[in-house]
Design a protein around this ligand. Sequence first.
Ligand SMILES: *Cc1c(COP(=O)(O)O)cnc(C)c1O
Length: 354
Amino acid sequence: MYTFNPGPSQVYPQVRQYLQDAFDEGWLSAPHRGERFTGLMRQTVQELKNKLNVPQDYTVFFMSSATECWEVLAQSLTPRKSFHLYSGAFGEKWYEYAKALRPASVGYPFGLNEVPDVAALPLPDDETDLVCITQNETSNATQLRDGFILNLYNRLGSALLAVDATSSMAGVQLKYIKADVWYASVQKCFGLPAGLSLMILSPRAVARLREINERSHYNSLASQYEKMLNWQTTHTPNVLNIYLLYRVLQDRPVIKAVHQHLQDRATKLYDYFEQATQLTPLVTNPETRSTTVIGLQGTPTLIEEVKRRALAQGLQLGNGYGNWKAGSLRIANFPAIPDAAFEQLVQFFAKEFA
Ligand SMILES: *Cc1c(COP(=O)(O)O)cnc(C)c1O
């Protein structure tokens, strides 16, 4: 059985052994203020920076979900308002969370086959604290490329650039120096069980959060920053998942290799689905297609039939999401899914839906 669901997604088979090791090595009762745990935190952050090419002067925080990151960014880095550029359901949800805390926040939707024109955006604006984008929009299988992010970064003024990379971090080689805040949860490209997220901040973002110094919440960034200076958290953290993250990072190749592998696999899949099957890619513009989540469209009846027959053969496909629920399905192209699974998937389509 393989799952191509884009979150929670297929975990690495090694997780079984890591879990056993966590138990045997006593991590499940390890005190989170003790030296053993703080050592694990330090090593995990170092391994993350090495494997994902994160600049050494960036700061890493651990939280519980990407959703928590949405709320924390509004509460601790947005004294006035944020600006949200989005094409799908996750970007829009982020905007909704921000608006609930900072009602002046502004949403700017764009189409899934569109690369927004940076010069035409109402930016920079002296009142905007945070500009928010979703690098990989999991709901509609789109992606914003490096060139776009760079153009946007160069037009920010005093605002910070925050990037939701939940379904691409650890799968795509992200240019961390071209934004101030990056975050992801581990149940996507990290191939781990849910319940942990990471937020990566530039020195500029750290300076800003210290200047704003918001401390009204248990997860306020100023408090998290203070604790993290000693490799600690404000509350008892998800020690088990941090341990799993450390182990999985140790065993993974560097991001450059992972990125190339996923990109090659995505290119092959898009080529295949463009020509050979009854379903077609949901995103018609190759420039906006995601490399880590492949969206396919068809009539609702066909979509249902494909999912049902695939499942009968041990291949679980991801449902469509939000507006695209009935007329599409999604295939995660995450690192923990082996090439053999994709070979089986292509054979399935070739045999039953060519
Ligand atoms: C999955 C996902 C989220 C939500 O992640 P949680 O860890 O469940 O909060 C947010 N943004 C994107 C782009 C996602 O793919």
